[in-house]
Design a protein around this ligand. Sequence first.
Ligand code: ACM
Length: 257
Amino acid sequence: MKLAIVQFEPKFGDLLQTIEKLKSLLKKAKEADLVVLPELANTGYNFDSKEQALHLSETINESVFLAFLMDACRKYQFSVATGFSEKEGGKLYNSSVLVDETGVKSVYRKLHLFMNEKNIFEAGNIDLSVIEHKGIKLGMLVCFDWMFPEAWRKLALQGAELILHPSNLVLPYAQSVIPSYSLVNRVFIATANRIGTEKELTFTGQSIITGTKGEVLAKAGEKEEILMVEFDPKQSNDKMITPLNDAFKDRRIDKYE
Ligand code: ACM
């Protein structure tokens, strides 16, 4: 498969300008089978208040942003996973949504909220799950979920071959853990980060795609950039570290489950 990450800066609170920017970026990624966008790509990140976030966010079923992405999927015959500020009733979720030419295929709501997100969003209320999409077993996490190895392990144990990770990373060392999660779980990971500054927060770019041995298949700088990598996701089904060591079967869950 060909996987692309579009590392860019959404225009805070200006959906139409963000869509304009993405039009040209998605065209440049048209060779991909699957494109990953950063966290909260429809709104930007650093809300002043929950009221402002409610005003700027969309529901999944009536989203101009997701409709635009579905159109792009039809045009370029790829799928897109995007961070999405999701409104449902009076509640907000920091979500990741997978769409293709036929519609919404999967939704994940961020489990671990970072800093002021706790004043804006509800913590995720959907179980971690893996879906089979176009022959590939996919899991999704969002940004600060990076801090919690249990979530990555759970997706890998459910058979995920590739974990999609829309992000708005700000801590300077966050990306460094991603190769290790790939390695210990023998999965591919795509961490799609953003760039730019919103008030006191500067986002660190350096989006990264990692392989099952912890190798860095591609890493971005700190500017607008498209990463594109071709790999075989089925490699992640080989959990053998040596002929006598299976990364999953050797776990001593009798001692630490
Ligand atoms: C983060 O979770 N956006 C740092």
